[in-house]
Design a protein around this ligand. Structure first.
Ligand SMILES: Cc1cc2nc3c(=O)[nH]c(=O)nc-3n(C[C@H](O)[C@H](O)[C@H](O)COP(=O)(O)O)c2cc1C
Length: 505
């Protein structure tokens, strides 16, 4: 029997179960830095469209798409970094000046690439030079499956870029990171006047064919349709010419194993077309009394999405309480509608309140319809196994926001593709919360190691099919050194950035 035959015999959910078991059993990381691929892709011989660095009075679709791409993947910050140990203490060594990107990425490996189909052609975004590289001439929007869109933005994952370090766990990170970028695109699009809609029900294999990807080294994770506030150029010329060639050597393909099997299953068992509607999912069970006390949150004022220098301290915050109104706004942002029409209960938001004004320290479940929190357990931060920087950050953080979901809840409806959809939803939820936190002058950082059995125990989820999917720490940024962040992008003419350089740890 061939490997393909064996795969055909798998039932929906089997690939997810195998992957989850492999993650539970995985040992410490054995990182081979000499096998690390480059951190971005290029098409060296392709024709280029130089993108403007500043907003122009009459922007073209190319300029607007470029502005959006820069807010997703561009190099937009200079970070003057003093070297710290795992717990955030000065480790000596020369300070470094590093380039920062707008959205967070697991291990700062940035495995997600972006392509955009506009009337004039299909382009790859090169963040280093802030240019569009022409992958192939002609209007690819009709063949992308989204013919009505002014532009089609496709996010792909270069598997090896994350998996050379994290192995199978990298697949989970890349799914969450796709969600992070969907949330970032929606926020940036709102600010730039670009309508952004995520499509999670498309057949990725068709898009990979359009992009010339083999689906093993680099594969499509999500597509977004863009609506521009200017003329999108109408129907362009038919697709023509050869596809440009990417630089070599190519990244290594997905190695056989649970992540490769899950990826193939998420791609092939998913029905093309829209996700099932109406679609309800089970919610986590309510805790028994005496737990379950309800706390009403103040009305959440929507947080304006302005561009901010991000603050994501790796190991600590000012140990000061978070105002309840800020928490209410951050929770509301986390629970905004999911991308791609996913049902409400794709993820449920839980909270570990450590220092919040007017809220007793405890573990809570958030109920968005009534804007209430019900206590589900004692306040103990999860005992571990946690990385040293997570333990250090927990000592001073104000709260931890935890998306929770049942990884097998909808395998009947959408097969193993559910795993990917739920992880995307989890990534989008926490990033919306992080953006709201930044807009309120707070800091936030994802600590993936915080999603573990101990956390599930604290949240009262042990014995249920629900699991913590990630953990976002929230707090108030430290106001003293040791790193300086300089925003490289400018929102106003040729003036230098108006804001003084922000400091963070
Ligand atoms: C899906 C995901 C998982 C992450 N997991 C962790 C983590 O476990 N621990 C941590 O310190 N940072 C984590 N991060 C944050 C990244 O390490 C961080 O974004 C990256 O180092 C770049 O730094 P910056 O966000 O300050 O730009 C994660 C980010 C993402 C998107």
């Amino acid at each position: 029997m061939t490997a393909n035959d064996r795969e055909r015999r798998l039932m929906p959910g089997d690939a997810t179960r195998r992957y989850l078991a492999a993650l539970r059993e995985r040992g410490p990381l054995d990182v081979r830095w000499d096998r690390a691929p480059t951190r971005h892709k290029r098409y060296p011989e392709a024709a280029r469209v130089t993108l403007p660095w500043r907003t122009t009075a009459e922007p073209s679709p190319e300029a607007l798409a470029g502005a959006l791409l820069r807010e997703l993947l561009g190099f937009d910050r200079l970070v003057w970094l003093h070297q710290l140990d795992e717990e955030g203490a000065a480790a000596g060594g020369a300070p470094m000046l590093v380039l920062g990107r707008p959205a967070p990425s697991g291990g700062a490996l940035y495995p997600i690439e972006a392509y955009v189909a506009l009337a004039g052609g299909l382009y790859h975004y090169d963040p280093v030079h802030h240019v569009l590289e022409l992958v192939r001439g002609g209007d690819h929007r009709p063949v992308s499956g989204l013919p009505e869109a002014g532009g089609v933005l496709v996010l792909t994952a270069v598997f090896w870029r994350s998996m050379f370090k994290y192995g199978d766990f990298g697949y989970r990170l890349m799914c969450q990171e796709t969600g992070v970028l969907l949330a970032q695109a929606q926020a940036a699009g709102a600010r730039l006047g670009i309508g952004v809609r995520a499509h999670l029900g498309l057949r990725e294999a068709d898009l990979e064919c359009v992009l010339g990807l083999d689906g093993r080294r680099e594969a499509v994770m999500a597509a977004l349709s863009l609506t521009f506030p200017c003329n999108d150029g109408g129907p362009g010329e038919p697709v023509h010419g050869e596809r440009a060639r990417p630089s070599s050597p190519p990244p290594l393909p997905l190695v056989g194993g649970p992540a490769a099997l899950l990826h193939r299953s998420t791609a092939t068992t998913g029905e093309p077309g829209p996700l099932p509607e109406p679609w309800t999912l089970p919610e986590p069970p309510e805790p028994p009394l005496p737990l379950g006390a309800r706390h009403q949150l103040p009305d959440a004022t929507p947080v304006p999405q302005v561009r901010v220098s991000r603050t994501s301290p790796p190991a600590g915050y000012q140990p000061v309480p978070l105002p309840l109104a800020d928490l209410a706004a951050i929770l509301a942002a986390a629970r905004a509608p999911h991308p791609g029409g996913l049902p409400e209960a794709t993820v449920t938001i839980y909270l570990l309140a450590l220092r919040v004004d007017g809220l007793p320290p405890a573990a809570y479940r958030y109920h968005p319809a009534t804007t209430t929190l019900t206590s589900v357990g004692p306040p103990d931060p999860p005992p571990g196994p946690l990385h040293a920087n997570t333990r250090a950050a927990l000592r001073t953080a104000a709260a931890a926001l935890i998306p929770v979901g049942d990884p097998l809840a909808a395998v009947e409806q959408v097969g193993d593709r559910w795993y990917r959809l739920q992880q995307i939803a989890a990534g989008a939820s926490i990033h919306r919360a992080a953006l709201a936190a930044f807009a309120l002058g707070r800091a936030a950082r994802i600590h993936s190691d915080g999603a573990n059995d101990a956390t599930d125990q604290v949240l009262g989820l042990a014995g249920t099919p629900f699991r913590s999917l990630s953990l976002l720490l929230l707090g108030t940024p430290l106001t003293r050194g040791p790193s300086l962040v300089r925003d490289l992008t400018s929102q106003g003419g040729d003036q230098p950035p108006a804001r003084a350089p922000a400091t963070n740890p």
